[in-house]
Design a protein around this ligand. Structure first.
Ligand SMILES: *Cc1c(COP(=O)(O)O)cnc(C)c1O
Length: 392
């Protein structure tokens, strides 16, 4: 008999009933150190007092009002995002997938508006993940996500990761945009080298193609800069965000330059919930905290500590781990043993990590993880690695 929850997830037998900062409390009372943060969502940990206050204050005043009216919280968050980024304009969504849908629509509309309506092709990359809508699975293109779901939305060209010649050859006068994650998340924490992101920007400038960055997982302070592309010193034309920007409340956004947003006038797009007062009140507080340079400096200092500790783990458990990789608090442990076996051992040691493709375990902890919690995390992971060694 089918379960009452559609069985699309393989769930661990863990039921968390409360969160406190970087800690998740299981129904049986065990305290798990959360290095997954809801897959880079709870970027300030659980029940952060400033976020709770922003949410509950707004909840007492007004939950929802249609986008047919002005929403001051949405305006304030849009102004903040514009001030802190390359963007001139913002559309709010409820998820990364919805942000992907708008990014794709916007790129096509741009060329249509420029009198080139056949310029619809979007180049994407193997190992990427942009969400689960029909458009987003067509964009990423992996068979795991597309198989059985019928004809895919046409217009995507999938290229191997890191093949510069293939990329140059693929860009034509029908290329509307190039869509890429600056650090692949689901694909196994694969950072795009700064040089490559610069090269992509140059290629787009040469050919006119728009550069769309998917910063749904790597954005909002995750890599130690407010947005990951800042490390390369180049700006996209369109950027998708979600996950961390809501700190646990469903919120996403598409940021764009005025030029890229050409054509997205009244009636061209919409969302019932996107940019609602609750989400935007939380998102604004989140942005105020995370965009502070002192906060980001701490993310860099502490993530370097964690990274250093992970390198130590790789050195002391060569049969379990192959290498550490990643950027800021978006870190991966490439495993030698099956990553899900190491994951089970981590659960047994009461530490949460997240599996990814390429036999990687991801560490995406809250950005405000403390030095003591980093030491504790490394001790628990060391214990888990020792356990799998002994079991092998
Ligand atoms: C999670 C994710 C998405 C999809 O976001 P949802 O909120 O699950 O729809 C898109 N792109 C990237 C890079 C992601 O990590």
């Amino acid at each position: 008999m089918i379960p009452s929850i559609l069985p699309t997830y393989n769930r661990a037998p863990l039921t968390f009933v409360k969160g406190e900062g970087a800690w998740l409390i299981e129904a049986d009372g065990r305290r798990f150190l959360d290095l997954g943060a809801g897959i880079a969502v709870n970027a300030l940990g659980h029940a952060h007092p400033a976020l709770v206050a922003a949410l509950t204050e707004q909840a007492g005043a007004l939950w929802h009002v249609s986008n047919l009216y002005k929403i001051p919280q949405q305006q304030a968050l849009a102004d903040k995002l514009v001030e802190e980024s390359f963007a001139d304009t913002v559309f709010f969504t409820n998820s990364g997938t919805e942000s992907a849908e708008l990014a794709i629509k916007m790129a096509r509309k741009y060329w249509s508006e420029k009198g080139d309506p056949d310029r619809v092709e979007i180049i994407t990359f193997e190992g990427s993940f942009h969400g689960r809508s029909t458009g987003a699975i067509a964009a990423a293109g992996s068979e795991k996500m597309t198989k059985g779901f019928g004809p895919l939305m046409p217009g995507f060209t999938h290229l191997p990761w890191g093949d510069h010649d293939a990329l140059r050859a693929a860009v034509t006068d029908r290329t509307a945009a190039i869509l890429i994650e600056p650090v692949q998340g689901e694909g196994g924490i694969r950072p795009l080298p700064d040089q490559c992101l610069k090269g992509l920007r140059d290629l787009c400038d040469e050919t006119g193609a728009l550069l769309i960055l998917d910063e749904v997982q790597c954005g909002v302070g995750r890599t130690g800069r407010l947005f990951a592309h800042e490390w390369a010193g180049v700006d996209p034309d369109i950027m998708m965000v979600a996950k961390g920007i809501g700190g646990g409340f469903p919120l996403g956004a598409v940021l764009a330059t005025e030029e890229a947003a050409t054509g997205m006038g009244a009636g061209t797009h919409g969302s019932t919930y996107g940019g609602n007062p609750l989400a935007c009140a939380v998102g604004l507080k989140m942005m105020e905290i995370v965009s502070d340079p002192a906060f980001l400096a701490e993310v860099n200092r502490k993530s370097a500590l964690l990274r250093q500790g992970l390198e130590g783990l790789v050195a002391s458990h060569p049969d379990v781990f192959e290498a550490g990789r990643g950027s800021g608090f978006m870190l991966g442990l490439k495993c030698k043993m099956t990553n899900t076996d190491v994951l089970q051992a981590a659960y047994a040691r009461e530490v949460i990590v997240v599996p990814a493709a390429d036999n990687v375990l991801r560490l995406l902890p809250p950005l405000n993880l403390t030095d003591d919690e980093i030491a504790e995390a490394l001790a628990r992971l060391d214990g888990a690695a020792t356990d799998v060694e002994n079991a092998a």
